[in-house]
Design a protein around this ligand. Structure first.
Ligand code: AMP
Ligand code: MG
Length: 494
């Protein structure tokens, strides 16, 4: 921030805690973070702890369950050496540019090195108002934080790059929404919290040195091979385009709708971030929109690759001064990189659909693409459940009945063509999930949690942790929503 801004700064934490955090972002990019401290949670209570993730991070889960551990997870006590900051970023929200968004209710506690030697961010969401709160209260409610926990962990288990949930702590502080709700803090792990919006903010600061340091930091964390190329900024752009094309293709393949793909909610790492109004397709509908505020359907399921490319163009614009001294040349290079998005996306999508249909490399791309498009059309026409249909296709490959989506004459023809290619049912079962965070199950688990019963949340989390193999006792988690459920609406920034 500019040095003329005077703001309350964070208080130094006391005592030694067994989590060593670096303050690398705070140190290297001081213009992009305001040192700040979280509000102390009046009555912290651990609602969920991701023990496997804690172990991956080299943090003792037993310590995290202690009063000291919970205090850290709630933001009440930062670990030694930590310099918590509210990160600054800008963003295009539904197409309109906001030059100053930033962490209004979140803090980056710092970075830690996991057991594999990778640097990861430890971040808190719902930890109290910061100078970026813009009239918001700075808090989060238990429901939406448990929702992010469930969905992000499901995404991870499905193999989609994503931020992770380390813990959710109920703060004991009531939060005012349409009604008064219990407050919570989510402790989140990410390979970084650098966003397209972070670059947009830096680009508006008229400070080439800052942009260079930010770019170097993104390269170090997400595209180290770019550092030794002739044009590192260009190589970073290429790497981010490829990573995002792959991630969004994965969203499409599992029927995920992010819901609020603003540029501040798109990472440089390629990880899916900021689970707000997201949802999974029930019946297949390319126009599906769940968010209550997305009236124009900007972030509809089918628009996600288009929006990703649009967001990446905004990212590319911020890098132009570093791509080439000659603006025209820089634009030419950046445009060529953006033009490669569709090819990356199409390639990733086709590979995923090939796997979902159990087809080997011997089947041509043209035939694979045609079969994929046709089966999606049939699903749409029959209003068939997206996830179940793919799982049932493996059953059909094993000689059982055709799924509902293929009941008609067109479906019969499609099935004949497809079966003639000898799809591999075992391989299909390894990529077509049985358990996804179905909207009705998520709502049921969150409702129970709101009523004080965490058991449904825990059971659903356990089902989602291993999505590809049917397990006895989990039958109800594998079936589509009852007809009485829906239309489903989700809410942003809750
Ligand atoms: P989101 O769309 O949830 O990713 O948030 C967009 C922006 O609004 C970010 O700058 C958030 O920090 C901010 N924000 C969302 N909810 C709140 C809140 N309750 N208090 C303060 N800032 C918020
Ligand atoms: Mg956000």
């Amino acid at each position: 921030m500019s040095s003329s801004t005077t703001l309350r700064s964070g208080t130094a934490p006391e005592g030694t805690r067994p989590v060593g955090l670096d303050g690398r972002f705070a140190r290297e990019l001081p213009e992009l973070g305001i040192p700040w401290s979280a509000e102390v949670a009046p009555a912290p209570r651990l609602l969920g702890l991701n023990e496997p993730l804690a172990s991956e991070l080299g943090i003792d889960p037993t310590w995290l369950r202690s009063d000291e551990g919970i205090a850290m997870l709630a933001g009440s006590a930062a670990p030694d050496g930590a310099t918590p900051v509210a990160q600054a970023y800008a963003g295009h929200q539904f197409g309109g540019f906001s030059p100053r968004l930033g962490d209004g209710r979140a803090l980056l506690l710092g970075e830690l090195t996991d057991v594999d030697g990778t640097l990861r961010d430890l971040h808190l969401k719902g930890s109290g108002p910061t100078p970026f709160a813009r009239g918001g209260d700075g808090y989060a409610a238990v429901g939406p934080m448990l929702r992010e926990y469930l969905v992000s962990e499901a995404m991870h288990a499905l193999g989609v790059p994503t931020t992770r949930a380390l813990a959710v702590v109920a703060t004991g502080r009531p939060v005012r929404r349409e009604t008064v709700l219990p407050g919570a803090v989510l402790a989140r792990i990410a390979s970084s919290h650098l966003r397209v919006g972070t670059f947009q903010y830096a680009a508006t600061q008229d400070d080439r040195g800052l942009l260079e340091r930010l770019t170097a930091s993104a390269i170090a964390r997400h595209a180290p091979e770019a550092a030794t190329t002739e044009r590192p900024a260009m190589a970073l752009l290429d790497a981010v385009i490829e990573a995002q094309a792959t991630t969004v293709a994965q969203w499409m393949s599992i029927g995920f709708v992010h819901g609020v793909m603003n540029t501040d909610n798109m990472t440089i790492s390629g990880e899916t971030i900021d689970y707000g109004p997201c949802a999974f397709l029930d019946t297949y509908d390319p126009a599906a929109v769940y968010s209550s505020i997305d009236h124009g359907g900007r972030y509809a399921y089918r628009n996600q690759p288009i929006v990703a490319e649009w967001n990446l163009a905004r990212f590319a614009e911020t890098l132009l001064p570093l791509i080439d001294e000659n603006l025209e040349r820089a634009i030419e290079l950046a445009t060529a990189a953006l033009d490669r998005f569709s090819a990356h996306y199409a390639e990733a999508w086709l590979a995923l659909m090939r796997a979902k249909l159990g087809l080997g490399e011997a089947v041509s791309d043209e035939i694979t693409a045609a079969l994929a498009t046709d089966v999606l059309d049939l699903m749409q026409h029959e209003r068939a459940d997206y996830t179940s249909t793919f799982r049932e296709l493996a059953t059909l490959a094993r000689g059982s009945a055709r799924p509902a989506a293929l009941e008609g004459a067109a479906g019969e023809t499609w099935a004949e063509h497809w079966l003639a290619l000898r799809p591999d049912a075992e391989a299909m079962d390894r990529v077509n999930p049985v358990y996804i965070p179905r909207n009705h199950l998520v709502e049921e688990a969150l409702q129970a949690a709101a009523d004080g019963d965490l058991a449904p949340f825990e059971r659903l989390l356990e089902a989602l942790a291993h999505p590809f193999g049917e397990r006895p006792g989990l039958e109800r988690y594998a079936v589509a929503a009852p007809d009485t459920f829906g239309p489903y609406t989700t809410y942003c920034g809750t």
